[in-house]
Design a protein around this ligand. Structure first.
Ligand code: MOS
Length: 732
């Protein structure tokens, strides 16, 4: 199905199942421990052995020799496969740094060997015996230094944008503002580490893994192994979080495949937690400069956002300025991004890549500018709303209700009671409120699905879409149920298998809208097949209550299926509606914090997100996405930072003891409101993404609340107590 015109009324609009607060259909499997995650995959016929990775102890250079003799003699060891043994491998399309193979070391903890043994403990013990002789080369690890020689990437990365004449408008602006902000390297820190089980049957590889994008992984694994993609069967039905860290093929899959080949046994490889932060990808640190000029009326006349980030040679920008291209009005504007070469582990996508760190800076700058103008920060954002792409005013937003979110949120949160900075104290706590806009574009990707109607009247959906904890199983079941006129108990959903049609996968908050649209398209085909089989005119056919009706005939779906059943399969493809119209999602975050006057410790007291993101397919799973994202934003504001050893080039705090993410006790009260809206430009579902929107802006709202509480303006994340304590008032 080609989607190239705004959606009109369709069966989804009945909203008998879609839009309802239905609990996860996979919830019971997960809460009872029966959902099998990659490493847990169990088949009594397959005697698994264990692979343990060895990581490079240098950040940059070459491996001269490796001595694996002691490891090979260690108890239980079946094989040691080294990066020198396998030789140089062809990199997958989506990998910047080598995952394995060859003598070149591009970053610390790059996989250099896998030790295979009968037990996990034997493999781990033997891995410690592998000796590597390196020829170390000098690397660049400090972004502050490297930014001085950062370069403008290729135009295809769209590093620059401009409209009007920023420099002269900024110079002549009645009120002008210029500040620099920093965001640190961050780690996805998902609960389930990267893990794979590989088993070969002749030249056929079965791989159970934890992947957000089945087809990308399958293709890149085929390239890396030098085999035909059709030879790989990849399965990832349950995933314990990804946040972008599992978008692209990782070392566990490659190591498991080589280890299984070498030993002739199925091999399990999980990346140990202390290995994960440096072996896999991370969100790159940024340095961002914001300049804003405005009239005394609060109208922005000039806005500029520049950002510097670093990555491995051949790597990518952290696109931190992209929101500033679209979020606020202003005739004169410029953005620019520059990329430094760093020999740290590979930078890559992490939840709301670009947007999250970009808004961490922009939305503090907006707060600072509002204060400079003497205008309430909610009002300042409303004054500068735009209904068109400010760089290309002929391009409207498909639907934009940022103003509605800000107004609804400030009423709900009691924003009017916010006082001057440092004016509210409750015992030892300095209390303050902050606000920030949330903004994330709505992306769409082609997405396929197959739906089977069985003679039992059950519809089974098959798609390689993944559920990374987001609720994909449930919203896909809701979509099929709505389309086929069934209750959700009559729909079965099978995901995450490369034998199924290629879907959008989970990423960039495109998954829910794209994948359900693919299921919609497949169901349209199945409806046609049912109508055709019954000789119904497909224009007047109605699917309702488990029946299909036309004129005065009504046939139960089970009967229509017959003994052979019926199948519908299709892929949704997208026309140019994302070009003609800017499709985005919007929100407003409100946060109240307390800062301990003696210790500088910040505690979140209340959080509210108001989101405008098209039709909400399921308010329970959508809310869960948003509160999870808000929690992640608390980490981003207060604790998360990969500490860089700028001499040796690695992330020092590479475990969950040193890399601190919030826990439940850190989050006392969260509320989420969804604006009641649909966006017919987005898809037949009229829905948009929500999973990354929830993170966008949260950390800045917290920073702004800290300022309101203490009068101390912090511009460098995370906002730890050491940065506050010197500026706090006397305890006495
Ligand atoms: Mo997301 S960072 O595209 O999983």
């Amino acid at each position: 199905m080609q989607f190239d015109k705004p959606a009109t009324t369709n069966p989804i609009d009945q909203l008998k199942v879609v839009g309802k607060p239905i609990h996860r259909i996979d919830g019971e499997l997960k809460t009872t421990g029966r959902a099998m995650y990659a490493y847990e995959w169990h088949d009594p016929k397959m005697p698994y052995v264990y692979g343990y990775p060895v990581g490079s102890a240098i950040a940059s250079g070459r491996i001269k020799t490796m001595d694996v003799s002691a490891a090979k003699k260690s108890p239980g060891v079946l094989a040691v496969v080294t990066t020198l043994d396998v030789g140089e491998l062809t990199k997958g399309k989506f990998n910047t740094a080598n995952l394995f193979g060859g003598d070149k070391v591009q970053h610390y903890h790059q996989a250099v060997a896998v030790v295979v043994a009968e037990t996990f403990e034997q493999a781990r013990a033997a891995a410690a015996l592998v000796k590597v002789d390196y020829a170390e080369e000098e690397g660049v690890f400090d972004l502050k230094e490297a930014m001085k020689t950062a370069l403008k990437p290729d135009e295809s990365a769209e590093p620059d944008s401009a409209a009007g004449d920023f420099e002269s408008a900024f110079k002549s602006a009645p009120v002008a503002f210029d500040q620099t902000y920093t965001t640190p390297d961050q780690s996805h820190a998902m609960m389930e580490p990267h893990a794979s089980i590989a088993a070969w049957d002749g030249d056929q590889l079965s791989l159970w893994t934890s992947s957000q994008m089945i087809d990308w992984w399958r293709s890149d694994l085929a390239t890396t192994l030098g085999i035909d993609k059709e030879k790989i069967h990849l399965m990832s039905p349950f995933i314990g979080g990804g946040f972008g860290g599992k978008l692209f093929l990782r070392a566990d899959a490659v190591l498991a495949a080589f280890a299984a080949k070498e030993t002739g046994r199925p091999v399990k490889v999980a990346l140990p937690r202390p290995f994960l932060m440096n072996n896999t990808t991370h969100r790159p640190a940024t340095i961002q400069r914001l300049r804003i000029g405005a009239g005394h009326d609060g109208k922005i006349t000039a806005i500029a956002h520049e950002s510097w980030s670093g990555d491995q040679p051949g790597g990518q920008l952290e696109t931190a300025v992209n929101q500033t291209r679209l979020l606020y009005a202003g005739a004169n504007r410029m953005t620019a991004m520059r990329l430094a070469t760093l020999h740290l582990p590979e930078g890559n996508a992490m939840r709301a890549p670009g947007e999250a760190p970009g808004l961490m800076a922009l939305e503090i700058a907006m707060d600072e500018m509002a204060e400079k103008l003497g205008i309430d920060p909610v009002e300042f954002r409303i004054i500068n709303d735009t209904q068109v792409d400010p760089e290309k005013p002929e391009r409207p937003f498909s639907h934009r209700d940022l103003v509605g979110c800000l107004k609804r949120g400030s009423d709900q949160f009691g924003w009017a009671s916010r006082g001057k900075p440092g004016s509210r104290r409750e015992g030892d706590w300095l209390v303050g409120m902050g606000v920030a806009a949330a903004f994330r574009n709505n992306l769409v990707l082609p997405s396929g699905a197959r739906v089977r109607l069985g003679q039992d009247g059950v519809v089974t959906v098959e798609t390689d879409m993944t559920d990374i904890g987001t609720g994909s199983y449930t919203i896909i079941a809701q979509t099929a149920a709505e389309m086929m006129g069934l209750g959700i108990d009559k729909v079965a959903v099978q995901l995450g298998d490369s034998r199924f049609p290629v879907s959008a996968g989970s990423g960039g908050q495109f998954g829910a809208n794209s994948a359900t649209s693919g299921v919609y398209a497949a169901c349209v085909k199945l409806r046609e097949a049912v109508a055709k089989k019954l000789g119904f005119n497909s224009d007047d056919v109605v699917f309702e209550n488990g029946e299909v009706r036309s004129g005065n005939r009504a046939v139960p779906l089970a009967e229509a299926a017959g003994a052979d059943g019926l199948v519908g399969e299709d892929t949704i493809k997208w026309g140019d509606l994302t070009e003609t119209h800017q499709q985005s999602t919007f929100g407003a975050h409100f946060v109240e914090v307390g800062v301990d006057v003696a210790t500088g410790e910040t505690r979140i007291r209340r959080m509210l997100a108001v989101c405008a993101a098209g039709r909400i397919l399921n308010p329970i799973t959508a809310r869960s996405q948003v509160i999870g994202a808000m929690t992640m934003g608390v980490g981003g504001a207060l604790s998360e930072e990969l500490a860089v050893d700028t001499r040796r080039g690695f992330f020092v705090n590479h475990d969950l003891a040193g890399y601190e993410v919030p826990v439940h006790a850190d989050i006392p009260h969260q509320e989420v409101i969804f604006m009641d809206e649909t966006d017919p430009y987005s898809s037949p579902m009229k829905a948009k993404g929500i999973g990354e929107l929830g993170l966008c802006g949260v950390s800045a709202a917290i920073a702004n609340a800290i300022y309101n509480a203490t009068g101390i303006r912090l511009r460098n994340y995370p906002m730890t107590l050491d940065k506050l304590i010197g500026g706090l008032p006397d305890v006495a």
